[in-house]
Design a protein around this ligand. Structure first.
Ligand SMILES: NC(=O)c1ccc[n+]([C@@H]2O[C@H](COP(=O)([O-])OP(=O)(O)OC[C@H]3O[C@@H](n4cnc5c(N)ncnc54)[C@H](O)[C@@H]3O)[C@@H](O)[C@H]2O)c1
Length: 260
């Protein structure tokens, strides 16, 4: 259990499924007030009920499930307004929503990627980041505190063939993080990035997906498949006061594939 997150208001975009849902459960376990914001509203509500039942009496704070399309600026402003109406502050924003597996992408080589899919992926993975940060920053600046954690990917460190649009978006996330850290540090806002390795995050993985996830195990110093829970500790640390003097950084959690 990590200290310092009790009653903090934490928004997790893309929190209805996969690794985002594991972050939400971790924050709820730590006593935070969690906002699950996802394009899949029924999924967000189901995740909120499941987490509330799991966490039980450990955290009596309500878990808020919201609809958001991070690629739409109005929708992200609505998300921030609803959180403020409910909780009157925003302590952390986890920019986790992405075109990845629930909203799938072409994992083929460059010639096979439709330019329309390139644009759609950039609209969610990058414009979404830009809009969500802009939606919460006025509140964080007024509070003179806040934590923004963006999600990159282990694919950026050595390059990774296939899905070049995705890897490009995740590489840009690191530059975005460094620049925003310098822009908002004067208001006591930390901006960091977490890069998970190849993680078995699917709820009902196909045999091919399991093979894909298992393919990384042998490359790791720690030789096993990575699961969502493996990333939660680093996330809680980055959102907590324990990391108050860290900003602009990228934390790699991949079981020892890339050494930065
Ligand atoms: N699983 C991995 O191997 C891995 C590795 C490195 C990084 N990541 C990153 O971690 C994050 C979570 O990955 P995951 O495996 O859980 O993916 P996932 O596809 O399971 O979950 C993504 C979530 O984002 C939501 N979402 C998609 N488009 C949205 C939109 N426009 N607005 C709001 N929500 C939207 C989806 O509904 C889903 O709940 C992503 O940023 C992904 O790129 C994943």
């Amino acid at each position: 259990m990590i200290d310092g997150l009790k009653d903090k208001v934490v928004i997790v975009t893309g929190g209805a499924h996969g690794i985002g849902k594991a972050y939400c459960k971790g924050f709820a376990d730590a006593g935070a007030r969690v906002v699950i914001a996802d394009i899949d509203q029924p999924g967000a509500e189901a995740a909120a009920s499941e987490i509330a039942a799991d966490v039980g009496a450990k955290n009596l704070s309500p878990i808020l499930a919201l609809h958001v399309d991070v690629s739409n600026e109005e929708s992200t402003k609505n998300m921030a307004a609803q959180v403020l109406e409910k909780f009157a502050r925003i302590d952390a924003l986890i920019n986790n929503a992405a075109v990845f597996s629930v909203v799938p992408m072409n994992r083929g080589r460059i010639e096979t990627i439709d330019p329309a899919e390139w644009d759609k992926l950039m609209a969610v993975n990058l414009r979404g980041l830009f809009f969500c940060c802009r939606a919460v920053l006025p509140t964080m600046r007024t509070q003179q505190s806040g934590k923004i954690i963006n999600i990159a990917s282990g694919t950026v460190f050595a390059g990774s063939p296939g899905r070049i649009h995705y890897v490009t978006s995740k590489t840009a996330t690191i530059g975005f993080t460094r620049t925003l850290a310098r822009e908002v540090g004067g208001d006591n806002i930390n901006v960091n990035c977490l890069a998970p390795g190849n993680t078995l995050s699917e709820e009902n993985p196909s045999a091919e997906t399991i093979r894909l996830r298992e393919s990384s195990a042998g490359l790791r110093a720690l030789k096993r498949v990575q699961v969502p829970q493996d990333v939660v500790g680093a996330m809680l640390f980055l959102a907590s006061p324990l990391s108050d003097f860290m900003t602009g950084q990228t934390v790699n959690v991949d079981g020892g594939i890339s050494f930065l």
